[in-house]
Design a protein around this ligand. Structure first.
Ligand SMILES: Nc1ncnc2c1ncn2[C@@H]1O[C@H](COP(=O)(O)OP(=O)(O)OP(=O)(O)O)[C@@H](O)[C@H]1O
Length: 136
């Protein structure tokens, strides 16, 4: 196996467990500092639970889980890009910094809209059927 050359890295995770620890600390940081990340966790969890409650087919629950998970992934990447941009330009205005941050925010927005459409398409019909059956 070729040894990993990471000469510019201040520290490299020594094993898989340590890698998980750093990954978890990134998720915890996003949870503590990013209000949108917390909102997306709540909405995603709610959508999956609603899917389970409505007894959707497993494949549909998997699709809702995937699209909701993708929003969280995008939020984490957005936070990472923001940090790298701030590290690079500090508090100075730079057109490229603006492009990087705006595109990262756009990626979150597109994934959130897609997740919302998927959840609505899969959850609304059985939810409406359930409500109508209660009313009749
Ligand atoms: N250094 C910079 N140079 C140019 N424009 C910047 C810079 N920093 C921020 N901006 C602009 O301000 C906007 C908001 O920046 P911020 O760092 O708060 O990102 P954000 O995506 O709104 O953050 P959050 O995801 O936490 O809501 C960016 O989308 C960008 O248009």
């Amino acid at each position: 196996m070729v040894p990993i050359q990471r000469n510019f890295s201040w520290q490299v995770a020594s094993n898989l467990l340590v890698s998980f620890k750093y990954a978890w600390s990134g998720i915890a940081y996003a949870f503590k500092t990013q209000r949108n990340f917390r909102i997306h966790i709540c909405i995603g969890t709610l959508a999956v639970f609603l899917g389970l409650l409505l007894r959707l087919p497993l494949v549909e629950i998997a699709v809702i889980t995937l699209t909701s998970g993708l929003v969280l992934v995008m939020e984490l990447l957005n936070t990472a890009i923001e940090s790298v941009v701030d590290l690079t330009v500090k508090q100075t205005y730079h057109e490229l910094a603006k492009i990087a941050k705006d595109c990262a925010a756009g990626a979150v927005l597109i994934s959130a809209i897609a997740a919302l459409l998927v959840a609505a398409a899969l959850l609304l019909p059985p939810l409406v059927r359930l409500i109508v059956s209660y009313l009749n």
